[in-house]
Design a protein around this ligand. Sequence first.
Ligand code: ADP
Length: 167
Amino acid sequence: MQKTAIYPGSFDPVTNGHLDIVERGLKLFDKIIVAILTNPGKKFLFPLEERRAMLEESMKDFSNVEIDTFDGLTVDYASQRKAQGILRGLRALSDFEYEFQMALMNRHLYPPAETVFLTPKEEYTYLSSRLVREVVALGGDVTGLVPEAVRARLEARFRKLTHPPTR
Ligand code: ADP
């Protein structure tokens, strides 16, 4: 039987840590669906279509990866896509508490899907989308931490925010 996992997240924006997790996940699953959370109540730096474009661009060399969007419960989406796994990355102890609660709640809501935690390469264990956004906002260089196309978009976005067009 073909094994599918969904990899849910905000991906605001995608980082090399996310790519690392997908690459590892592909050793365990036949297919990975990267599922972007649309959550209208949450404020994102990049609009959904841009987060999706960055994911598509950075995952174009992976076969068996699909990029999709969802709202509502992760488990409802997993069930709808007939996924056996929910893939999550575990970086540090600080991730553990939240991820553990989430995994148990998801199991309670939908037992057929197993949450699978993978650990990225050491150099990505301190990396998060939030930190990347903060560093670029303050003029720092994130080369090597995000795909090049993402770095360019981040820099453009903050240039736009710091120098709004004048009329
Ligand atoms: P969320 O909004 O759920 O935090 P993210 O897009 O930031 O979404 O992350 C999605 C998943 O990827 C989460 O499981 C998160 O722990 C994992 N992740 C994020 N950054 C990294 C990284 N640098 N290394 C490993 N896993 C990561």
